[in-house]
Design a protein around this ligand. Sequence first.
Ligand SMILES: Nc1ncnc2c1ncn2[C@@H]1O[C@H](COP(=O)(O)OP(=O)(O)OP(=O)(O)O)[C@@H](O)[C@H]1O
Length: 426
Amino acid sequence: MSTILIVDDEKGIRDGLATAVARVGHRAVTAPSLAEARARLLEAGAGTFDCALVDIRLKDGSGLDLLRELQAGRHRDLPVIMATAYDDSERTIEAMRDGAFDYLTKPFDLPRLMATVERAVKQRRASETTIEASAESPPLVGRSAAMHAVWKRIGRSAGSDAPVLVKGEGGAGKKLVARAIHDYSRRASAPLTNVRVDASTDLPELRAALAAAPSGGTLLIDGAGDLPPAVQSHLGSWVAEEHPVRVIALARLAHGAAEVPLLPELYYQLAVIEISVPPLRERRSDIPLLVSRALSGTRARAISEEAMAALVRHDWPGNVRELFLCIRRAAEMCRGEVIDADDLPPELAMPGLASEPADPYLGLPLREALARLERDLLSAALRRADGNRTVAARLLGIPRPQLYTKLEEHGLSERKPGSAGGKAPG
Ligand SMILES: Nc1ncnc2c1ncn2[C@@H]1O[C@H](COP(=O)(O)OP(=O)(O)OP(=O)(O)O)[C@@H](O)[C@H]1O
């Protein structure tokens, strides 16, 4: 039996967690505040607790402070799982950097939480150096599970000096990730030097750039995958040697590709830590947050539901950069303070037009063409949502009952997602 320390100021959550922990055969010790948690830890021996589950926002302070105290003291081997009700990239990164075992958001997915507790109990992790907090918070936005995984890797990388390879499609946010690693590392007050390389970079140029890297800081090599093979090979040998600078390399993936175009001898030197920044189409739940970020600084204040649905269903081949540009342009186009669907480029507002020739609609009376377009959109949304109607309604930006009515109207209610299509009802 293991003993789990649960620190949360909501009684319902404390009791619920204690019951869940007891159900899998562990003993729970609960504390409603930081002060009580400190008291429990003070009276306990170093091996008393096997895992701690700590809420980040407590009435009498931050759970992160407790995490740091634990890491610095005799309980430094205690795996700490941090929890918060907020989507908060900054604190996720801080928590992971400062040695949290894992980080979970509320409301808890109980099976996942218990699996994490089990992992923590089994695998007491080694202590990590506590690093002074960096004053600068990264401008990274995201609430998807995929981005949470990225925050965690940033946090882990920030606590290490090993080379990092950040890969992802163009505009996905690789440079921002690299900056966050630097800002949260103990090198934060030293310079972050950006060296942009490409297919035309030759050996003398690369040598000069590497020789100019200031010691103590971080060297960002942007475009490592585009270098000619002989130059990649030289870079690989250089990274293998000791240098007073930390290397972070960025490699751009072609649209839809998973592999980085790097020679193995360079790849294995760089990818000691590898971070993959997912394309925006694989984390559509981040789009609304990114849109609010993009709106700040423009004269638009908000975005209509219809326009947001169009943004969420677009595939964004240019990723976050393309989304930001699109919002800035739409903000210029819009008449009032709210961006509407017709302020967006036509291929976003009417996706059928972009992916299919206009012929199926041309030549039809307008009412019939619109009905056909609506049917095509419903089919496409169902296909993209794998038949899940709640998701399809969200993609289309309409309430679920309205989706049911429309599916009924178009004779699509009984169809499987893959088979929807064909002619509009006459
Ligand atoms: N998670 C994010 N939160 C806020 N802004 C983001 C995020 N990801 C990307 N951006 C913004 O999107 C733009 C592109 O990001 P960045 O330059 O880091 O991409 P990249 O992957 O390095 O692109 P490329 O390979 O084309 O150079 C920048 O304006 C950046 O600020």
